[in-house]
Design a protein around this ligand. Structure first.
Ligand code: FAD
Length: 585
């Protein structure tokens, strides 16, 4: 029997793993292997990056920040195989934001190139179906059961690269949906916006939207330009088919704009206060660690270091002491201590030049408006100021903090699942919408198509309608007959709609505290509640604690995703070789 590998999920992860199998295969002379890729969507882009979606939807990464290829910064055992980043492949301005279709084409090309690079003994077959189940003993071949096929695929090893998944509704969402059904209202629960049916949102209708991140940006685009509106300069010309979107969230503001200038000069030497040594120390604690108590102070100190390093280097006139002096005292001070605050206050005269992560996380704290009309002006001012700041190199400490966030992200990946707050905070600061999208948001606000609903938005369903209130406009209420939850589903193993993963969980696979599939961070082997690692089952990606960078890889960043893909590809190839050797003996 020829050795066989089944990869479930042929999106960016599945494709990246295939690229690593091709890269490592030459080490295994005479390799014979059948690879089966299972995904109802086309390999390369998969579901999120498929060609068949609105061309209006963009990436929120600049095209120069997206690569599928390793470089000499990546610490891996397999070979580095360079290739073009998205902007090079598509011949785009590196600062441009490609649409998702184009990114899908790039991923499709990477897939084809990886398949072509495989040695002659390796075959690849795509099965455009859903995988429903994995069965089989730990010490024997696995069976992967596909939708609509009576007989399973046989696999010596299985890799689950299933990525972003749908979730069953939680109790609150179920209640809201039931209320909507009973009262003839519209409720759209968390979903992949590109896949949502938005036709129930009628022209001119007031719609409450809860969530102001990237899912909101997608929704905004599909309900405006997607319904025939267009922009003339900074003016939005409605088609008349748009609903009126009242958007709010906990913070009440959109994510910070992507930064619109490049780095110049010396980079902050990172990691400094949160590097491998600190992570080792946290991992070695017999009683474990607590994110807020043990990790967050280190993050705060690291980001502060990046910020002040840049401020002192680029704008010494905005500082009151010499860098060497400051650096020494900063290094000695306890994170988040009064001593550290006092040091910063004495060295950086203008409070606007100091980094305050708590204030950044609660931007509308203490902001009060007497009416929603007043809030609109206030928030347009806020967004305009954010856009200007994020495109003005005089604020380049912001870019240093961004580099700090990337560095921290790369480090804390080793801690595995540290909960969703950190990912949300990271996205809010480092992974916000392209500047042009915020300019569109401003135009839509002026046109009255988007209305801001404030911070700490609370939604209730009563008297046959949905009602929203906000701490920003005390005493005021917005009523609507439609509510959209503008965020991705958050599937846990217990709540995922994916049957295969749910069954794996029921049969003993371990969940992380946040409910993700627990895998060995070294090679991606699926872990079990009995403490063992499954020898033949692997998993990588957002549905696991091996989430890599949580985004596409930026060139030259020693990406954890590439390291994981390489380690898993090598573990699988080594396992298959041992199996063949045993069979031959
Ligand atoms: C809407 C959205 C926009 C994003 N935009 C950006 C961005 O602009 N920049 C950035 O850097 N990152 C972005 N990301 C984050 C990141 O790049 C994506 O998360 C990336 O798609 C992850 O790749 P993946 O292969 O792990 O998961 P996915 O892309 O979700 O791919 C998983 C694949 O597995 C398949 N699958 C799942 N279950 C089964 C099953 N049972 N049987 C068969 N097939 C199955 C799915 O059909 C899918 O094709 C975005 C994520 C989302 C969700």
């Amino acid at each position: 029997m020829r050795p066989s590998l089944v990869i479930v999920g042929a999106g960016p992860r599945g494709t990246g793993i295939l690229e690593r199998i091709a890269a490592n295969a030459p080490e295994y002379a005479g390799l014979e292997l059948d690879i089966h890729l299972v995904d109802p969507f086309p390999p390369g882009g998969g579901r999120v990056w498929r060609q068949a979606q609105s061309p209006l939807l963009w990436m929120n990464s600049q095209s120069q920040d997206v690569t599928m290829f390793t470089d000499d910064t990546v610490e891996l055992d397999g070979p580095v195989l360079p290739g073009p980043a998205l902007h090079e492949w598509a011949d785009l301005d590196g600062r441009a934001f490609a649409d998702r279709q184009l990114q899908g084409a790039y991923l499709g090309w990477v897939y084809e190139r990886s398949v072509a690079a495989l040695p002659p003994g390796v075959t690849v077959r795509h099965h455009p179906r859903r995988a429903l189940r994995v069965s089989g003993p730990r010490e024997g071949r696995q069976q992967v059961w596909l939708d609509g096929r009576a007989r399973p695929l046989l696999a010596d090893t299985v890799i689950l690269a299933q990525g972003h998944l749908d979730a069953e509704l939680d109790a609150e969402q179920r209640e809201l949906s039931a209320y909507a059904r009973e009262h003839g209202l519209v409720h759209l629960p968390p979903d992949f916006t590109a896949d949502s049916d938005l036709s129930a949102l009628a022209p001119g209708e007031d719609v409450l939207v809860r969530g102001f991140g990237l899912a909101f940006i997608d929704l905004m685009v599909l309900l405006t330009e997607g319904r025939g509106g267009r922009y003339e300069g900074d003016t939005y010309l409605p088609s008349g088919r748009e609903p009126v979107l009242h958007v709010g969230s906990r913070r009440g503001i959109p994510y910070h704009s992507k930064i619109g200038y490049d780095w110049t000069g010396e980079r902050p030497p990172l990691p400094r206060f949160l590097g491998p040594a600190q992570i080792d120390e946290l991992l070695a604690r017999p009683d474990g660690y607590d994110f807020r108590r043990d990790v967050w102070p280190l993050i705060d100190k690291e980001l502060g270091f990046a910020h002040y390093h840049r401020l002192f280097a680029a704008h010494p006139e905005r500082t009151a002491v010499a860098w060497a002096d400051f650096e020494e005292k900063y290094a000695a001070a306890e994170p988040l201590s009064a001593e550290l605050q006092a040091l910063v206050a004495s060295a950086v005269p203008d409070p606007a030049d100091r980094l305050d992560l708590t204030a950044l996380d609660h931007p509308l704290d203490g902001v009060r408006h007497t009416s929603y009309e007043e809030l609109q002006d206030g928030l347009r001012g806020y967004i305009t100021a954010d856009l200007e700041r994020r495109h003005d190199p005089a604020h380049s400490p912001d870019l240093a903090v961004f580099l700090g966030l990337l560095s921290v992200y790369g480090q804390v990946v080793r801690l595995g699942d540290i909960g969703s707050w950190w990912h949300g905070f990271f996205s809010y600061l480092a992974s916000g919408p392209p500047g042009p999208r915020l300019r569109q948001l401003l135009a839509l606000s002026r046109a009255g198509v988007v209305k801001f609903a404030g911070a700490d938005m609370r939604v209730t369903a009563e008297d046959g309608v949905f009602r929203a209130t906000s701490a920003t406009v005390p005493g005021s209420i917005i009523e609507a007959r439609a509510l959209v939850e503008a965020r991705l589903p958050h599937p846990t193993l217990a709540r995922t709609r994916d049957r295969l993963l749910r069954e794996l969980y029921e049969e003993g696979a371990r969940a992380t505290p946040a409910g993700l599939l627990a895998v060995d961070p070294e090679d991606g082997r699926v872990l079990h509640r009995d403490g063992t690692a499954h020898p033949r089952r692997f998993a990588l990606g957002p549905h696991t604690n091996a989430r890599g960078a949580g985004a596409f890889t930026r060139p030259r960043t020693n990406s954890p995703s590439f390291r994981q893909n390489d380690a898993t590809a090598r573990a699988v190839l080594a396992f298959l070789r041992d199996l063949s050797c045993r069979a031959a003996a």
